[in-house]
Design a protein around this ligand. Sequence first.
Ligand code: ADP
Length: 489
Amino acid sequence: MLDSVRVRLTFWYTGLLALFLLALSLITYFIFWRSTLQRTDSDLSELSEAFLTTVQAEIQDNHGPEAVKLATQEAIVEHRFRDHVFAVLDAKGEVLTSSQDLPNETAPPGLLASASFRKLMEDSAGTDHLFRNVLGGKNGYRGLARKFPLKGQTYTLVILQSLHPQAEMLEEVRQTFAWVIPIAIILASVGGYFLARKSLAPVVAMSSQAGRIGAENLHERLPIQNAKDELGRLAASFNELLERVDQSFERQRRFMSDASHELRTPAAILRGESEVALSRTERSAEEYRESLAVLHAEAQRLTQIVEDLFTLTRADAGQYPLSPKDFYLDELVADCAHATRSLALAKRISLTCEVPEELPIRADEALLRRMILNLLDNAIKYTPEGGRVSVSCQRAGDEYTLNVTDSGPGIPGDLQQRVFERFFRVDKARTRSEKDGGGAGLGLSIARWIAEAHQGRLVVSRSDSSGSTFSAFLPAQVSVAAAPAPVFR
Ligand code: ADP
């Protein structure tokens, strides 16, 4: 049950409210009790003042040894209220007169002899005025002991006021709290539960909707009721996440289907060619050689595709290990131009290489070699016989610019970005039919990833009917320690 946010919220809310109400009632009760006591004390003070004025007046009319006793008795009779006990004690602490001697006295008879009363008298010895609680009766008394001089002697007036009415009032307050607080807590917890349920209802709806979304209906989105509130923003973020997952899922699906399509063709050629070779028993050595050459070319093509796919998959997972080392980029470029010379010669293409200065670099040499060879290979592959291909590399500020230019047919403007997509070929029919191993459309994806893994870029910087230029920009101080995973295309 406590697993539910609604219940937990309600518990917290109710608990905090109960604590708050309890603290509030305690404080209120304490303030009420203190003000009652203060009022009682001030009543007692006023009463004692009035009593002593009366005593002063009465003493004028009384003479002789009993004068003080008679005067105080008169004053007691005059000021006596119900619930009050008056007593006048002489300097020795002996009771001279008290209201207890009068008829209809409601206070308990032994009150003035009780230990609590004696304690009040003891404590008041050194002071003029002392308020103290005295035990006795049902709820005890509030007592005032006050010294006063009369006829050369010091007497103590003690007035005890029953605390019964105050106790009843405080009891009423306690009883009110005792039923008001539980009812307030019950009402608040029920209200809190419904409030939490209502506020969390959209989350419950969202989670059940999210639970229904799977690979088949990834395009579905959560409904957004109020885009500005927290839940609306949560739903919007969730929808954005779904959008990204959907797109990446779609790319994965396309990648898988393109990959299997690319692999199917060479596999079919291998099977067909080998079936043809095996179908006839009597075949000349020349015919076998031809068949084997076809099988070899297709096997090579298949291997290349599988290797390229493997490279890209590892790159996607950020698991391609880069091995940086110091070398000269100009030497690598010249080396690649030399390696592709025979390909160019076969198509009577003039291949020029221009590297005017030394270009030291720290990078993964094998990967950069692969990138440059890809670019040169494409340039030669897509340039008609007798054309021109050139490769150059120079420093520009704090980066190196490598340009591979050809006099091929160029790439239409709207497709210049797309050639870096996986399996994308401008003219699928043309490249596939080529005997020189038309690629699967992965070469430029890999080349761009290599440039990016070295914190560089690879772009089509010019392409029109007179030819194309692919430019790679590489920082001169490359740190390849943390090669980024390529953006999934
Ligand atoms: P492929 O293995 O098919 O060459 P790439 O990824 O290297 O794959 O190239 C993708 C596509 O870009 C090619 O199929 C081709 O249509 C186009 N392309 C690449 N380089 C050139 C170029 N130098 N001139 C014209 N088109 C090119």
